[in-house]
Design a binder for this molecule. Structure first.
Ligand code: G3P
Ligand code: CA
Length: 258
């Protein structure tokens, strides 16, 4: 696999599976990542958080209730405690026994198969952020995935730390809902390479600013062919989708006929 920097030079549009193929498998699990890879997704987005004993795991919510049979805050639990939980049955009995994966395991699952969009969940403002971002970079380097990853976050301070540690890290600033600054100001303030926003936040003004300043921008969550065509019409450089098995064939069809 070529480095992601080179991949985006060769591909003007990137389809990224959101929390794995989370429309057809329980989000942020090994099964969801595998379904995304099977659908041909060149990139997979995962959410990363710390456990009580400072292990990095792939999980979205602050709390365990929605997507596991556990309760309470994820940050209050050790890795061993979390790995006792069932993270698949809430989605379907077919996925009973899926676990909350360690980040390292998912990176190894994807190595050589897809690029990784690591979303760093917002951190409490703390002096720990610098250490955590250094640990994240060390982990990504230890599995030789550094140039196959991008780091995205609503927590722009975390992205600043990442760039201060690794100047060549690729970062995407996710627009904090309600932030009406232009994409140029958002990425300029934290030195990000790209901008990310929700489908609801896409408009002609943001699109024009991204085009004018040549800011790559991605949109979440784009799940239907109509939504895909809307964001393509607004000049997006990529999307994040729960439905890569639907979106990838549609993108191939429309890009081969245009
Ligand atoms: O890629 C951006 C998107 O994942 C952010 O929202 O809540 O799905 O993590 P969320
Ligand atoms: Ca996410």
């Amino acid at each position: 696999m070529i480095p992601f920097n080179e991949f985006v030079e060769e591909n003007s549009f990137v389809v990224c599976a959101h929390r794995g193929a989370s429309g057809i498998a329980p989000e942020n699990t090994v099964a969801a990542v595998e379904r995304a890879l099977e659908s041909g997704a060149p990139m997979v987005e995962i959410d990363v958080q710390y456990t009580r004993d400072r292990q990095m795991v792939v999980f979205h919510d602050d709390t365990l209730e929605r997507t596991t049979n556990g309760t309470g805050l994820i940050t209050d639990r050790s890795l061993d405690e979390l790995q006792e939980l069932d993270a698949g049955s809430w989605f379907s009995p077919d996925f009973a026994g899926e676990r909350i994966p360690k980040l390292v395991d998912v990176l190894e699952q994807m190595r050589g198969r897809a690029y990784v969009n690591i979303e760093i969940k917002p951190r409490p403002a703390s002096e720990q952020t610098a250490r955590e971002m250094a640990e994240l970079l060390n982990l990504v380097r230890s599995v030789e995935m550094f140039n196959k990853c991008v780091f995205s976050s609503f927590d722009h301070a975390a992205l600043v730390y990442i760039r201060s540690i690794a100047r060549d890290a690729r970062t995407i600033a996710l627009n904090v809902p309600g932030d009406m600054r232009s994409p140029a100001r958002v990425v300029g303030a934290c030195g990000a390479d790209g901008f990310g926003c929700s489908l609801e936040e896409v408009n002609r003004q943001r699109a024009d600013i991204c085009q004018h300043f040549r800011i790559p921008y991605g949109v979440y969550t784009v799940n239907t062919p109509q939504e895909l065509e809307f964001v393509l019409d607004h000049g997006a450089s990529g999307i994040v989708t729960n439905m890569p098995h639907v979106i990838i064939p549609h993108y191939r069809t429309i890009s081969s006929t245009s």
